[in-house]
Design a protein around this ligand. Structure first.
Ligand code: PHE
Length: 451
């Protein structure tokens, strides 16, 4: 017999767990880089406007779908309209693709944390250290399995005793650590120039690309279009106010992203003597540049260790949301129990994560469309499937079940102040913008053009 459906204990648990999903590597290694690249303050402003309009509407929609139906993605779309259960299936595929490679990166984070904690920072700061670490066949797999195992263990404890409990500890700690490092980094000699660079609007760098990149980042950062918000919404109590929860989650997500910029941009600036090209995105920034920056700081080994704890917490709360989404889909669909499902999902992810991990060493000769395995999974999930699912969701809500179905759900637990805006965005604005994101990221990946 299927287990009784779990739920978060109340609003705080829901908000912290969902913010935990939203705050992740995207906030720390992608947001600061994008802000620096696309004109500092102007990017921040565009991002903020998009977050309170576009991101707000999409997040409300997904959470309301989850809470209304009380099931995870596949079942939710099916329950609302049988003909459209394929959207749920597509949404469910996204976390299954992301979780394995996200965990490979999670493994690298634990490795770096262990390097800093054991006082070996100088090694991590040497040229070629990262490249030779990820090229090894076995060590990264060990760390990857450790990260995956930790994620699985938390998910095994369930929604309230696992995810909610862990989020209630990790998220406040994460905020404190982020602010601490940001202040420390801004106090470094030469850092002020970096602060100005980050917050001053540079209108010459403003273009359609600024808006599209901000929108793409917003999607990823708010964990939209992959069934996560539907799943978490299905665990939300009926009396918790959706609109105000979403506002708080956004504040968390955008606030941490902003502080991550204050933490990283000034430090890299001070280190590189104002050379903005040192601010590369992704793994290069986190695992190559930052260790060198920490090495140049007084007390750098402590700051570095604190930084990797913070990143680990951010990554873990995101990976548990990915895993919970996959686990709940199988539990809902087949009526399996949580333990069995966790074990099976763990094994599946280990198998699918192996090529991503080995893709920088043993399997480095094999590429797909010029991507390494890890980058390919990232591209397919984030740049192709997520926009497709988001587009279909808007059409489904706007024209098939009609926005009223969801606004009624949202209003069942309080006033919905931005209802009109919600309807206009879901029906008209979001579908057009999402198609633009999809086309531009595919053209970009194919090296054809950049909008
Ligand atoms: N939202 C997370 C971030 O900003 C990333 C994430 C993506 C988390 C997909 C879960 C699923 O990094």
């Amino acid at each position: 017999m299927a287990e009784k459906r779990s739920s978060f204990s109340g609003k705080l648990g829901f908000v912290l767990a969902t913010a935990g999903s939203a705050v992740g590597l995207g906030n720390i290694w992608r947001f600061p880089y994008l802000a620096a690249k696309y004109g500092g303050g102007i990017f921040l402003l565009v991002y903020l406007i998009l977050a309170v309009t576009f991101g707000f509407a999409l997040m409300c929609a997904e959470i309301a779908i989850g809470r209304k139906t009380g099931v995870s993605a596949i079942g939710a779309y099916k329950k609302l309209d049988k003909r459209f259960s394929f959207i749920g299936i597509l949404a469910a595929i996204v976390p299954m693709i992301i979780l394995p490679y996200y965990s490979v990166i999670g493994g690298w984070i634990i490795k770096y944390l262990s390097v800093f904690v054991t006082g070996n920072m100088a090694n991590a700061a040497t040229d070629g250290y990262f490249e030779s670490f990820i090229a090894q066949p076995t060590e990264p797999i060990g760390w990857f399995m450790l990260f995956m195992g930790l994620t699985a263990l938390i998910v095994l404890f369930g929604v309230e005793k696992g995810i909610e409990k862990v989020s209630k500890i990790m998220m406040p700690v994460l905020v404190v650590l982020t602010v601490f490092i940001a202040v420390y980094s801004m106090c470094m000699p030469g850092a002020f120039e970096g602060v100005l660079y980050y917050i001053t609007p540079d209108f010459s760098k403003f273009s359609a690309t600024t808006v599209l990149s901000a929108m793409g980042q917003l999607f990823y950062s708010m964990s939209l279009a992959m069934g996560i918000m539907i799943t978490y919404g299905s665990y939300m109590k009926k009396d918790v106010n959706i609109e105000s929860s979403v506002k708080q989650i956004e504040l968390f997500d955008t606030g941490i992203a902003f502080f991550a910029g204050l933490m990283i941009v000034p430090a890299v600036f001070a280190f590189s003597g104002g050379d903005e090209s040192a601010l590369g995105k992704g793994p290069g920034l986190m695992f190559i540049t930052l260790p060198k920056v920490f090495e140049s700081m007084t007390g750098g080994s402590i700051v570095g260790a604190v930084f990797f704890i913070l990143v680990l917490f951010a990554a873990l709360t995101s990976s548990i949301s990915l895993m919970e989404t996959v686990v709940s889909i199988f539990m809902d669909k087949f009526g399996w129990n949580r333990k069995l499902t966790c074990i099976l999902v763990f094994l599946f992810c280990v198998a699918l994560g192996l090529p991503s991990s080995l893709g920088f060493g043993v399997l480095s000769d094999i590429t797909i469309m010029n991507f390494s395995f890890l980058d390919f999974f990232d591209f397919i999930s984030n740049s192709v499937l997520m926009p497709i699912v988001a587009f279909l969701t808007c059409i489904f809500v706007g024209y098939v079940i009609k926005p009223k179905t969801l606004t009624d759900e949202i209003e069942s637990s309080g006033q919905f102040k931005r209802k009109k805006m919600f309807v206009v965005i879901i029906k008209y604005i979001a579908p057009v913008c999402i198609i633009l994101i999809l086309v531009s990221s595919i053209l970009d990946a194919m090296g054809i053009a950049k909008i």
